[in-house]
Write a protein of this length. Structure first.
Lengths: 784, 198
């Protein structure tokens, strides 16, 4: 079950930092040889599947399994009574059952687990499982859920349906409102967004003869999964091994358990046979997590000279029936709700509420996508009232290193939002926008919009944000990198090789990779939070330095040379620089003990020095961060006045994510984030009616195709971040946050009207064209 | 119970199918058992798979994607929706792109079938595969086999496509990672490489 990969067959160049080294995983992926979790089959394998609730809220009265059990080919049917552990999962609050015991809280809840000899029998058996549910009154809106008398999703939760609330006041707070020369108010509603990774939730598991459980699954979090499965199923932590091959996309939707506990439970009851579970597309859409639907009330005030003076935000997130990471999403949303600006007086109030809708969870952008959509439109609305150029208004208020940002956190790391805006201002797409706009065809209108962005990386001040790198000099004289952080497509595995290769002077032929595996690699946190390469890369630099010193010292000993400084690592060898003698690394490896050939190094992310007046709960959930990436986006948009169809014609993303280690991988992240953001802005409407998903597949939930995504240009502003590996900051999420506000601002530029509810489907845009003015999220007209 | 068989890699990675001209020899390579207990007559089908003639006994309503992935071990072909919406399961049947999740095994009888495993020979890649690597058109990789197959089909139909034609050409293949731009770049590069070779 080795996953070592040989890099040399696809690449013979150097691994220098800054070089567009092709990805190590690309060869196996283009030839179909890459084995994903979905590709695990084995002889004698059972298929496992889940009976779902089908109603949004109900009491479990009975489970009738007899008819299904008697079906030929059914191996076992399991219920909550078969779960030996806590039967509860969750990243922060453990509130999600593996199999429901008392209540079901959304349509996708799991009530029974079926093991069958084939997929066909499994389908029949799932139909035959009888579930008796007594429907309960349900709640489908975050604000409604917080009202007195609303049906409770978790009776045992002290704060009722409020999972977490957060509050912050800075400066004079509300009193500053009256000091403003101009005030803008608006409400925005952003919808759920479905991750829509191509590989749906999937895994394979087996109990070994040694009593250890092995789970191979599509996950961002193998080490955390191990702890969750152990607790939920009552197993010993060290008796579980999680192997994480490259996932076929994740984007936050695999940040936490999906199939893992269910598969573990199945493997405990399969008589030692391997089991496989693979959610179908509809199951993935109904049962997987979504970007939180948000309702955002904004008031922004400024002085007549354009300096921001006052911000008030009320943020409501719908987390569905389970925490998942809802509280953390709220905290990050609040921390970004005022954008990359200095605002001296701020009042922030936010709530994350339980409902009986699909589960809200992590999704690339993580709360920041929602608030950026609101704040960056507020900035354009303010610019219009002030008669100021929207770019100049942003430049005037943009934070710089040494400033306090709008929550009062002093920025001590690189802060490049001004640089991004200046690059955008000098770009032909900005300078020539008026000519482009005026050349629209009949019945078409054109507009250009921008957005300024910030995105934190890492877990914040409380949860330890660390990585443990492990590097080995193999007996064959190759350098093997043990990746502790999953590469779900973002390319960090390749970047890891580039970092180690450049430090140890090795080329692709002499470097190998091991994918995350709780038995072989070391705990290094989740593949999330724009942290992967920043955190693991720093740990790798430490480990590579240790191994380098050991190799050089041993070489010096072997050649009886007085000083290791006179040696250099070259591909496959160590060279004595004075007399030119070389020792192959395979030889040096023979003279090192096994323990000497392995170097490990732990890196913990620096955290904010100040303690913000936000309460212990919000701090626990990650408030505040200290390291931010920045960006400035621009969209060229054309609207069809007859149909309301919006198309994005050109897109520019200028980003400050520190030094670029691999320009190709960097651009992949920017492009992919923009495409997801364009879908969020224009077409992806995850419709839920009374808890039921109305868009359960790709024919009703429209993610962008190649024909829907514009030509994109990505320009990195390479400010050196002193705490980053080779000056790098996180790039994984930031570009997702730009498209909605940039496109909506462009739409206003084209039409002189704005819509507060998204996505901007032709129907909504046609309504805006008809109304000719700003539509509030409620559909009522608001004039200012 | 499905009998899982694995065709030797050497057999699968035979010559590239659309250049295949030899007559089918119909030597039986493997026999696949009907895969469920449901009452179904097994049917004998014969076709070229990645340049190699194969003859199988198979339930006629077995989906092609299941036949390939589960019975023949060719897991390079992916399934991501099962309803013909995403293109991840795209294969080439008689040189045209087809969705293997919407095809039944019986429909393969007498055809020439190419999966992603048949597009490369050992370390030697199809020009489109090479271009995908060079241009960075691969991220998570789950859509990649289908994207490559659709791109091959596109270049059969339109040897020198414009960027818009390329975009339209694989607009039936969903990708959630790349934003498509580098895939368009890759197909353009493949076209240039093919023209240089001429």
């Amino acid at each position: 079950m080795t996953v070592d990969r040989d890099f040399e067959r696809i690449y013979r160049g150097t691994l220098a930092i800054g070089s567009p080294v092709p990805r190590v995983d690309a060869f196996d992926k283009v030839t179909g040889r890459q084995i994903f979790a979905a590709d695990y089959y084995s002889p004698d394998m059972l298929w496992a599947g889940v009976k779902r609730a089908g109603i949004p809220h109900g009491r479990v009265e009975y489970l009738h399994v007899e008819r299904a059990t008697s079906l030929a080919g059914v191996h076992a049917i399991l219920t909550h009574e078969d779960v030996r552990g806590s039967n509860r999962q969750g990243v922060v609050r453990k509130d999600q059952p593996v199999l429901c015991n008392d209540k079901v809280r959304h349509c996708g809840d799991a009530v029974a687990l079926v093991l069958a000899e084939s997929k066909e029998v499994l389908r029949q058996a799932l139909d035959l499982v009888g579930v008796g549910l007594e429907p309960l009154p349900a709640v489908f809106d975050a604000e409604q859920a917080m009202k007195e008398g609303a049906p409770l999703v978790h009776e045992d939760h002290e704060a009722g349906n409020i999972l977490l609330e957060g509050h912050l006041k800075t400066g004079a707070g509300e009193d500053a409102r009256d000091e403003c020369d101009i005030l803008i108010e608006a409400c925005f509603k952003t919808p759920r967004q479905e991750h829509a990774y191509l590989e749906t939730e999937v895994g394979w598991a087996q109990m070994g003869d040694d009593g250890r459980l092995t789970i191979v699954c599509s996950t961002q979090t193998p080490f955390r999964d191990r702890a969750e499965v152990a607790e939920a199923l009552g197993l010993k932590y060290t008796d579980i091994r999680i192997i994480a091959p490259y996932p076929g996309g994740a984007f936050g939707g695999k940040d936490g358990v999906t199939v893992q506990s269910l598969l573990g439970l199945a493997a405990l009851h399969s008589g030692g046979r391997p089991v496989k579970m693979w959610w179908g597309r509809e199951e993935s859409f109904v049962c997987g997590t979504k970007r939180h639907a948000a309702t955002m009330y904004y008031t922004l005030g400024a002085k007549s000279d354009g300096s921001l003076h006052y911000l008030k935000v009320r943020l409501y997130l719908d987390t569905g029936p389970y925490d998942h990471l809802g509280g953390v999403v709220l905290a990050l949303g609040l921390e970004h709700s005022g954008g990359p600006y200095r605002i001296p007086n701020v009042v922030l109030d936010g709530w994350c509420a339980y409902t009986n809708n699909p589960i809200g969870g992590a999704f690339r952008g993580f709360g920041v996508t929602q608030v950026t959509a609101a704040m960056e439109q507020m900035m354009d609305m303010l610019a219009e009232k002030l008669g100021m150029d929207p770019l100049n208004l942003r430049l005037r208020n943009a934070v710089k290193t040494g400033d306090r940002n709008f929550v009062g956190k002093t920025l001590v790391n690189s802060t490049g939002v001004t640089e991004c805006l200046e690059v955008l201002a000098a770009h032909p797409l900005w300078k020539e926008k008026d000519a482009w706009k005026s050349s629209a065809d009949t019945f078409k209108k054109r507009g250009v919009g921008i957005a300024a962005l910030m995105h934190a990386s890492g877990y914040g001040p409380f949860v330890p944000d660390f990585a443990n790198a492990k590097i080995q000099l193999t007996e064959q004289g190759k350098v093997r990198v043990y990746c502790g952080v999953v590469d779900m497509g973002q390319g960090n595995a390749s970047t890891n090789l580039q970092i180690v290769g450049s430090i140890l002077g090795q080329d692709a032929a002499h470097i190998e990779l091991v994918q995350p595996d709780t038995d072989r690699t070391l705990p290094s946190g989740s593949a999330s939070a724009s942290r992967c390469t920043y955190t693991f890369g720093n740990a790798l630099i430490g480990a590579a330095g240790i191994l380098k010193e050991r190799i050089l010292q041993r070489a010096a000993d072997l050649l009886m040379a007085p000083d290791a400084k006179h040696f250099a690592l070259v591909p496959g060898s160590v060279r004595h620089l004075r007399d030119g003698r070389e020792l192959p690394l395979s030889l040096v490896a023979q003279y090192l003990n096994e323990s000497e050939r392995v170097a490990v190094y732990r890196f913990r992310v620096p955290v904010a020095g100040e303690v913000m007046p936000v309460g212990e709960d919000l701090r626990l959930h990650g408030f505040p961060h200290t390291l931010f990436s920045y960006g400035a986006h621009l969209a060229y948009v054309e609207v069809d006045e007859l149909t309301g169809k919006v198309s994005v014609e050109r897109y520019l993303a200028v980003s400050d994510c520190g030094t670029v280690i691999n320009p190709q991988v960097y651009e992949q992240q920017i492009h992919g984030g923009i495409a997801q953001g364009v879908g969020f802005a224009l077409s992806e409407e995850f419709q839920v009616k009374e808890g039921r998903v109305l868009t359960p597949g790709f024919s009703t939930y429209l993610i962008p195709t190649a024909a829907d995504v514009p030509e994109m240009e990505s320009i990195p502003v390479q400010l050196y971040e002193q705490t980053g590996p080779f000056g790098l900051k996180g790039v994984g999420e930031i570009s997702t946050n730009g498209p909605l506000p940039a496109i909506s601002n462009a739409l206003f530029d084209a039409l002189g009207a704005r819509e507060g509810e998204y996505p901007l489907t032709p129907e909504r845009v046609a309504r805006v064209i008809g109304a000719g003015d700003w539509l509030n999220a409620s559909g009522s007209m608001l004039r200012w | 119970m499905a009998q899982r068989v694995r065709i030797d890699a050497a057999v699968v990675r035979g010559s590239i199918p659309w250049t295949e001209t030899k007559e089918p020899s119909l030597e039986i390579l493997r026999v696949v058992e009907p895969n469920s207990d449901a009452v179904r007559e097994a049917m004998e089908i014969a076709f070229f798979l990645n340049g190699t003639p194969v003859k199988l006994d198979v339930a006629p309503d077995r989906r092609v994607v299941d036949l390939l992935r589960e019975d023949l071990g060719l897991t390079g072909t992916k399934e991501a929706c099962g309803t013909g919406d995403c293109g991840a399961c795209t294969i080439l049947v008689d040189n045209e792109s087809r969705l293997s999740c919407l095809m039944l095994a019986a429909q393969l009888d007498g055809r020439t079938v190419a999966t992603i495993e048949g597009l490369s020979q050992g370390e030697s890649l199809h020009v489109i595969q090479e271009a995908f690597i060079e241009c960075g058109a691969v991220q998570c990789g789950f859509c990649t086999p289908g994207m490559v197959a659709s791109s091959v089909d596109l270049l059969h139909r339109i040897p020198s496509p414009t960027r818009q034609e390329i975009r339209d050409g694989f607009s039936g293949n969903l990708c959630r990672c790349t934003g498509y731009q580098k895939i368009v770049d890759a197909v353009e590069l493949a076209v240039r490489k093919l023209q240089e070779d001429r």
